[in-house]
Structures are given as C-alpha cells and as structure tokens.
Design a protein around this ligand. Structure first.
Ligand code: GLY
Length: 380
C-alpha cells in the first residue's frame, strides 16, 4: 500500500445499512459543501447546530455560512467543552434548546464537534420527539475515524461512562480533514491511537503502512486522508455487518477494557485523554495476550514501538500522576473494569490479539489472571 502523492479528491465511504445507509464524505474543505448536501438530501429542512465553545470559535461561522448559502435555516446551541457536557444536565440543555428552536420530526440536528458533542447531540436527536435525524460533522481525528460513524450515541451516568444511550445512525457524516489543523498535537495524537487500532485489530498491511507514513499523517499531508478513509472503511464494514454489537463489532473495543478503567481511575480528566487510554490499553491487551501464548512477544513489542514512536503513552507509568491512589492499584483497576459495559455475569470480555492484524473476542477472561498481570506491570 503506498500513499497517494498529492491530496486526492474527496472520498465517499458508504455505510451499507439498507434503508438507513449513509455516506461519510472525507476530504479537505468538504465542510463548505454541507449546506448543499443537506439541501439535496432533505429539501425544505430546518436545522440546529449543536457544538461546543472551542469548536464554535473556529468552525461555527463557516458551517452557518455553508447552510445559509444553500438556503437552509439553522439555530445554534453551544455547550461547554469537555466530558462534563455528556451528562443529564447537558442532555437537558440541548433537548430544551432543540424544542425552543422548533426542531420537528422531519428536521435535522447537526453535531459539529468531537466525540462529546457527537454522542450528546446524537442522543438528544434519538429521543427528541421519539427520534429526529442527525448529521455528524466531526472536528477531531478521533471523531472522524471512530465516534461519528456507527450510531453509538449517549451520555455518562455518575456510575459509569456511556451507560445511558441508544443506537441512532446519522444520515450523513462530513469529515473535513483541514478542520484537524486547529487541534492541539496532543489531541491529534490521541485520535491517532484509534487509527492505529484498525491496523492492529484487522489489517496488518495498514499497520505496516502507518509505521512508514505516520509523519505525513501528522504533518497534514495526503497520507492523512488515506489514513482516515481507510479507518472509516474498516469501521463502516464492521458496523454494516454487526450494527448492534452482537459479535464482530466488539473487536472495535480493542484496548478499551483497560483504557476505560484507566480513564475512570484518572477521573476522566485531562490527565489521560480517551485515545491515550486506548493506546496504553492496546499495549496492555497485546502483552496480556502474549502472556496467554497468543500473539508473539515480538509482535506485542512492535505495537508498543509504533505507538511510542508517535509520542503516545504505552505504559501505566506514562500516565500523569501515576503514583496517585487508584492507578497504581491492581485491585482498584479491576473493580473499575467490573463496572464496564464489557462485563457479563462477572466474567470480563477482552479483545485479545493473535497477531498484528488479528484480534479475537474472549468473553471468559478469568479476573485473577488480569489482576496478576496488572500487578506485574505495576512493578515493571
Ligand atoms: N467505538 C466503538 C464502536 O463504535 O463500536
């Protein structure tokens, strides 16, 4: 697989879900086409844009301008930035604002932002008037390659992440890769963990291509669009075969059982971004798999080497404030894993690795093995 030499034309990836199929449109400056695409998809529609303060500063006006140019009326709903908005309070704010903006059954909600905005606005759309359609305009790398595609929407409960939610597919995803230029390097890197995930779980050739081309992806070269399109194709394929996560879709949770526990242990704070938790989680999953005699130690080391090469954390000790209570305690981490959605009747579900590019679902992992493994890692 070689990178295209120059920025290619827009790429459209189809999410094949029958009468709920939709397009993901990927490319530099595709945001400008949002209004015309919505006008063509839903003539006469009214819209409301849900976004957060930081994204609004950069991208609300261009989004509104695109809608205005196509004669699509819109309202704006701006929430606070950060995971705190993915809450009952955030849902209430957005729902009431959508009702006040007179968004009706045939209208459209537009989620303009990263994963928090997409999950929150998508869930508000799912339950407003028993279901209103929505469009995802993801503005972070993580949202472009993962959370905006596939219809998982929801908010957090005080008792755990994403525990209140629904499957509600968007009708269109517009992934403008030039929007990523305003992300901080740390946010971009965190999103890159989800890009690497597609290679690690199911596509060794893509992983090898990332090992060679990651610098161009970070620099905003043509490799960036190729990486995003490849990731979206992988996700679209999985979602179209297993929309409700009764099987294969669980593979996308590679690194997430460890990762969510680490995020919870750091209070879902800036100490550890979601993608950073996934990075450490994927390395732990690889090493745990190697300990079970699955993936070779060399392949597990290869995964860690690549994630470290792009500057992602790969070890528990890399996490800010590692020595603080909760993070350096194997039993506390195990207790956090037990609260995760990936638990069924006391047995932990893990995504394990047989090789780079070959992940498997294990529904029956013995918790004491995980505790022993974490204890060894904490001493390493
Ligand atoms: N982020 C995992 C999924 O959408 O299934």
């Amino acid at each position: 697989m070689t990178a295209p030499l120059k920025h290619s034309a827009d790429v459209t990836v189809d999410v094949a879900l029958g009468d709920r199929a939709y397009d993901i449109v990927i490319g530099r400056d595709v945001l400008a086409s949002l209004g015309a695409r919505i006008a063509a998809l839903r003539p006469g529609v009214r819209t409301a844009i849900v976004t957060d303060r930081t994204v609004a500063k950069h991208w609300l006006e261009p989004t509104e301008a695109s809608l205005a140019a196509a004669g699509v009326p819109t309202a704006r709903i701006v929430v606070e930035e950060g995971e705190g908005s993915k809450s009952y309070a955030g849902l209430s704010q957005v729902s009431e604002a959508l009702i006040a903006a007179r968004i009706e059954r045939n209208d459209l909600v537009i989620a303009l932002g990263g994963g928090v905005v997409g999950d929150l606005a998508g869930f508000a759309a799912a339950i407003l008037r028993r279901g209103v359609d929505f469009v995802q305009v993801p503005t972070s790398l993580l949202a472009q390659v993962d959370s905006s595609v596939g219809g998982k929407t929801g908010i957090n409960s005080p008792q755990g992440k994403n525990l209140i939610g629904s499957f509600h597919q968007p009708v269109l995803v517009i992934a403008d890769t030039s929007v990523l230029d305003t992300l901080s390097p740390r946010q971009f890197r965190a999103g890159y963990a989800e890009v690497a995930k597609y290679g690690i779980l199911g596509d060794e050739a893509f992983f090898a291509w990332l090992e060679t081309n990651h610098a161009d992806i970070f620099a905003g070269g043509a490799a960036r669009e190729h990486a995003i399109a490849t990731s979206c194709r992988a996700k679209a394929g999985v979602v179209s075969r297993d929309e409700r996560e009764t099987g294969e879709r669980a593979l996308l949770n590679l690194g997430h059982t460890f990762g969510h526990a680490l995020e919870a242990a750091t209070g879902f704070s800036d100490r550890l971004f979601h993608g950073e938790g996934v990075s450490v989680g994927m390395v732990l999953a690889a090493q745990f798999s190697a300990g079970l005699g699955m993936i070779s130690p060399d392949d597990a080391a290869r995964i860690e080497r690549h994630l470290a090469a792009v500057g992602l954390p790969t070890r528990l000790q890399d996490i800010a404030g590692f020595a603080q209570e909760g993070l350096a305690d194997a039993d506390a981490l195990l207790a956090l894993m037990a609260q995760d959605k990936k638990v069924k009747r006391g047995r932990l579900t893990f995504i394990l690795l047989e090789a780079v590019g070959r992940a498997v679902i294990s529904n029956n992992v013995e918790p004491s093995l995980v505790r022993d493994f974490l204890q060894a890692k904490l001493k390493a």
